[in-house]
Design a protein around this ligand. Structure first.
Ligand code: SF4
Length: 338
C-alpha cells in the first residue's frame, strides 16, 4: 500500500446537491449525496431508474448541462482536488484520462466516422503523448485485451462493423486505454442480450482484477442488476430519490439489508446471476416521490410497510452501523426524533 492510499480515498463525494429547472419547477435530483471510492475497489451504486445514479456519474465527469442543471452544493474530491473547482482545460485532462466512463449505448461515445483504432489512438495521443504509430499499436493491444479476435485487422474497422456486444468491448478498450484511476460504468449492459451481458460483466471483472493490482483502477458500477453486484462489487451505495439511504460491503448489503428500500430491491431481484443472468428488477409497489416536492421527511415513506407517523415529516439522520456501514432510516435511530 503506498502513502497516497492511506491519505485519502480516490474519490470522495461530499454533500452533493444538484437541481434541475423544469417547466413545473425546480427538481432537486441529488440531495446531500456522500460516499467514497477507494483505489482499486469496485463500488456498486444501485437503485431504481431516476434515483440519481446516472446524474451522480455525470456530475463526477462534470457533464451536467448547466443550465438547466445546477450544482447547488457539495464537493467532488478526486485524488485530493475538488473537480468542481477545476478550470475546464484541467478537467479535460482528467476526463477520459484519469476518469473514464462507459455508457449503456456505446454509439453515444463512439464516432461513426472514424475507425475504432483511430478513436482509441486519438485518446492516447491527446492524454498520453504517444505518437501515431505507438498509439495505434496500443489500440491493437487494447482490442486484444477485451477479447476482440484479429485485433490487428479490426482496429481499422468502423463502429458499425461491430455487433452491439463487440461495440461495448471497443468502448471498454477506449475507456481503459489511458489506464484511468477510476472507470465509471453506467448500466453498461442494459442494451445487450442476456448472454452478452454476462460476458461484458465478466470482462469488466477480469480487467478490474488485472488493473486493480497493476494500476489501482477503481470501478464505479451503476446498475440495477443485483446479480452483477453479488459477483463484482466490494461495496455498495444504495440510492433512493436522489439520496444515499444505505452503504455497506456487498456481502452486508446482500445478506443483511437494513433499509426497507434495500430489502425491497433485493426481494424483487431475480436472484443471483447464475439463476437469471442480467434480468432487471421487478417493481417495488408504489412510485418514487416527486422530486419537485421533496417534503421534510423520508422520501420512501409512501411505499414503506414499516413507516411510522414521524417518517414523512422528519428526515432520519444517517446512522453508522459500523466503520463503513450506514443507513438512513428511523428504524435505526434509538428513541426516534428528539
Ligand atoms: Fe420506512 Fe420510516 Fe425508515 Fe423511511 S424512515 S424507510 S418510512 S421506516
Amino acid at each position: 500500500m503506498n502513502a497516497a492510499m492511506t491519505e485519502w480515498p480516490l474519490l470522495s463525494v461530499e454533500g452533493l446537491g444538484i437541481e434541475f429547472r423544469t417547466r413545473r419547477g425546480v427538481a432537486r435530483v441529488l440531495d446531500d449525496v456522500g460516499f467514497t471510492v477507494a483505489r482499486g475497489e469496485t463500488l456498486a451504486v444501485v437503485g431504481e431508474s431516476g434515483c440519481g445514479k446516472s446524474v451522480t456519474a455525470l456530475a463526477i465527469m462534470r457533464l451536467i448541462p448547466q443550465p438547466p442543471g445546477r450544482i447547488a452544493s457539495g464537493r467532488l474530491m478526486f485524488d485530493g482536488r475538488d473537480l468542481l473547482a477545476l478550470p475546464e482545460p484541467e478537467m479535460r485532462q482528467v476526463r477520459g484520462n484519469r476518469i473514464a466512463m462507459i455508457f449503456q449505448e456505446p454509439m453515444t461515445s463512439l464516432n461513426p466516422a472514424f475507425t475504432v483504432g483511430d478513436q482509441i489512438a486519438e485518446s492516447l495521443r491527446l492524454h498520453q503523448g504517444l505518437n501515431r504509430k505507438q498509439a495505434l499499436e496500443r489500440a491493437v493491444e487494447m482490442l486484444g485485451a477485451v477479447h476482440i479476435a484479429a485485433p490487428r485487422r479490426r482496429v481499422h474497422e468502423y463502429p458499425h462493423q461491430f455487433s452491439g456486444g463487440m461495440r461495448q468491448r471497443v468502448m471498454i478498450a477506449l475507456a481503459l486505454a489511458c489506464q484511468p484511476d477510476l472507470l465509471i460504468a453506467d448500466e453498461p449492459t442494459t442494451a445487450l442480450d442476456v448472454t452478452v451481458q454476462a460476458q461484458i460483466f465478466d470482462l469488466i471483472a477480469e480487467l478490474r482484477e488485472t488493473s486493480a493490482t497493476q494500476q489501482g483502477t477503481a470501478v464505479m458500477l451503476i446498475t440495477h442488476d443485483m446479480g452483477a453486484v453479488a459477483e463484482m462489487a466490494d461495496r455498495v451505495v444504495v440510492m433512493y430519490a436522489g439520496r444515499v439511504v444505505e452503504t455497506g460491503s456487498a456481502v452486508e448489503i446482500l445478506e443483511s439489508p437494513q433499509h426497507p428500500y434495500t430489502r425491497g430491491l433485493i426481494a424483487c431481484a431475480p436472484g443471483r446471476r447464475t439463476a437469471v443472468p442480467g434480468q432487471p428488477l421487478e417493481e417495488i409497489p408504489g412510485t418514487v416521490h416527486s422530486l419537485l416536492e421533496r417534503g421534510m421527511g423520508c422520501m420512501f415513506a409512501e411505499r414503506c410497510t414499516s413507516a411510522m407517523p414521524h417518517c414523512s415529516s422528519v428526515l432520519p439522520p444517517m446512522t453508522m452501523l459500523g466503520s463503513s456501514r450506514s443507513v438512513q432510516c428511523w428504524l435505526h435511530v434509538e428513541g426516534g426524533p428528539a
